[in-house]
Design a protein around this ligand. Structure first.
Ligand SMILES: Cc1ncc(COP(=O)(O)O)c(C=O)c1O
Length: 360
């Protein structure tokens, strides 16, 4: 008998690489598409004061009704179609658990966020990747064809797409939703930076599910708050596999307060969009660098030399970005998050130096 009991682990999971992150400590951290602005200190104090007034010995509300109502109002949808998660990742996982059984087809546009593939494998789904076009736009005709296959349970579209920064239009999402017998999940983690959303399609498409997060434009990645919006009858089913009391009391209070900060969030998003444009233009003028247009808070770019060398050269200069060269189609690519002006400047200067020094 195998004494280590590894045989008990599903073969698909043993074969998985897992979600990992190389995270050396660097003064300039532009590797996780986080918000460069912290929650204002007065707001943090108010949130903590409210949390201190609660009994931490008690569970949070079984259904966080007030937060659901506020998220619903914020997005112009009915609260009974809203689920709140410990980050949107948790709700993506719940959606997989609720829908995908062994051999079910999961259609997705690649390269994209790694989690979807991991979840599909964990559920023994059959991953059906559809490559983006060479310019990194979505290949909608092929997605429609794959999504339309009778065995398709789930179609996952990340828009704006991580790590490419490209997007799919609501009209094209509608074509896919029309064609498929499955659910269509649109991960809108970065939608604020694009000014694009598919929420308007929910009225027409009962198979649409949208996930969003407080981790990016709302600047609260450390608090782990995400949400899902769907038709109430779908949300109720996914809710059955979501863990009870999944979001802690402090984060629920923070969610309520952060949603009152629309003006601040819009101001910050405006800043990041302007910086995105500036960084894009500088990258376009840097020899050996080819940036791709992005509607998110990050930019993907290719270099005409060894990616590992450039990546480590940046780390040596105190700048951490993301090496995405192991993704399909992206063997020459890296992704940089848009940060504060000084951080972006430090990145651009370091990259210009590294590119000069590694010139072939
Ligand atoms: C496309 C996408 N979806 C979801 C997430 C995770 O969001 P959350 O922090 O809400 O779990 C990320 C994080 O990087 C992401 O890039």
């Amino acid at each position: 008998m195998n004494a280590d009991f590894l045989h008990t682990i599903k073969p698909g999971i043993r074969a998985m690489k897992g979600y990992t992150l190389v995270q050396p400590v660097c003064p300039i951290k532009l590797n996780q598409n986080e918000c460069p602005f912290d929650v204002p200190v007065d707001l943090k104090r108010d949130i903590l004061a409210e949390a201190a007034g609660r009994d931490w010995g008690r569970y949070p509300d079984f259904v966080p009704t007030a937060v659901k109502a506020k998220i619903g109002a914020y997005n112009g949808v009915a609260p009974d179609g809203v689920l709140i998660g410990n980050g949107s990742n948790e709700l993506i996982q719940a959606t997989f658990i609720a829908t995908v059984s062994k051999g079910d087809r999961v259609v997705l546009a690649v390269p994209t966020f790694t989690l979807y593939g991991l979840m599909s494998t964990a559920m023994d789904g059959e991953l059906c990747p559809v490559r983006l076009r060479p310019d990194l736009s979505f290949d909608v005709d092929r997605l429609v064809a794959e999504a339309g296959h009778p065995g398709t349970k789930l179609v996952i579209l990340c828009s704006p797409n991580n790590p490419t920064g490209s997007f799919i239009t609501p009209d094209d999402v509608a074509r896919i939703a029309d064609a498929t017998p499955g659910l269509v999940v649109v991960d809108e983690a970065y939608h604020e930076f694009a000014g694009l959303t598919n929420i308007g399609l929910l009225a027409r498409y009962p198979n649409l599910v949208i996930t969003r997060t407080f981790s990016k434009a709302l600047g609260a990645a450390g608090l782990r708050i995400g949400y899902l919006i769907a038709r109430p009858e779908i949300a109720r089913e996914i809710e059955k596999v979501k863990l009870p009391y999944n979001v802690n009391q402090v984060s629920l209070i923070a969610a309520m307060r952060l949603l009152d900060e629309r003006a601040l969030i819009e101001e910050r998003v405006g800043f990041i969009r302007a910086e995105r444009q500036r960084v894009f233009e500088r990258l376009s003028r840097t020899e050996g660098v080819r940036p791709f247009p992005s509607v998110a808070n990050f930019i993907l770019f290719e270099v005409d030399r060894d990616v590992r060398q450039v990546f480590h050269g940046l780390i040596e200069r105190g700048v951490l970005i993301r090496d995405v060269s192991h993704y399909p189609m992206l063997d020459r690519a890296m992704r940089v998050t848009i940060g504060l002006e000084a951080e972006n400047e430090a990145f651009l200067k370091a990259l210009e130096k590294v590119m000069t020094q590694t010139r072939s």
